[in-house]
Design a protein around this ligand. Sequence first.
Ligand code: ZN
Length: 354
Amino acid sequence: MKLLLIRLCFATALFTVGIVPVALASDTAVILMYHRFGESHLPTTNTTVAQLEDHIAALQDGGYTVVPLADVVSALNGEHNLPPRAIAITVDDAYRSFLTTGWPRFKAAGFPVTLFVATEGVDAGYSDTLTWNEILTLQRDGVVIGAHSHNHSHFPSLSAATVAQDLAEMSAAFERALGDVPDVFAYPYGEAGRADMTAVRNAGFVAGFGQHSGAVGPLADRFYLPRFALNEQFGRLERFRLIIETLPLPVVSISPVDPVLQSNPPAITIELTDSLPNLENVTCFGPSGEQLNVVAGTNTVSVNPTSSFPAGRARLNCTLRSVDRLTQGRWYWYGWQMIAEFESEGIAVHPRYR
Ligand SMILES: [Zn+2]
């Protein structure tokens, strides 16, 4: 880690002494999330090989820099700048197709990847899930391992004690299998309430990742960071080119602050640090893709859904095209995932995503 920091400081120094203009240094990034590769019988979590190769080619061609996820986190903490158009790649659930199909292509492109692993499925030896030996091999090959719970349960449906127990069992499993516990965490299904975020922070993790869309910047909540989910539907090249260009809206707070909703539909208020010249053009979409009623103030956006969100994950997406001279035409994208209702503790949840 120390070596990495020295290397990063050196890279940042290059930015500041003029080899690359200072204005190009950035504090924003886009984080991508994949699950399966070349498994077209499961299109909702799969990316086809052709799509993956298109994505890699797009990232190689367009002035992007794929950086380790840890660099995004430390940049958000103000420790250094990121290169312009920084992208981080994450993969959830440790399916075997990452080893056979995804990683060889990312590795050939020189792209770092973080693999978020739910430990119980690996311990159980599911046929489509990597073994600990395979995960260890990937780690030695440069893949960074992240944590993704033990049981892959819906955290907001669990008591605080059960969440704490799951995190403890997960950490013990990582310690046993890899000799170390990861320092970044991805919530199963991207679902987290404030209590779950606190539990993950208290367990020693430095960042928590959701599955809501959006770019990240210095104002982003370190324990509820957005990632753009890619699958066969959302991995089309045209959309991919759009999301890797997105910018974070300068959102300083959202109300209600807890993603686990106490009232449904919620009255949502997003507060920005600054007014954007065309904020009145912001458009927000609800969980079914429906356009929501929005009122833009000087530096606030009020979103007023007129009907209840369906039970479970409820994603909000707000977008605005930039009219800034340096970023003109790119989209600001702010996403947030709420839990409209959740299952009660005791319902058996299969430890694999979908
Ligand atoms: Zn998962």
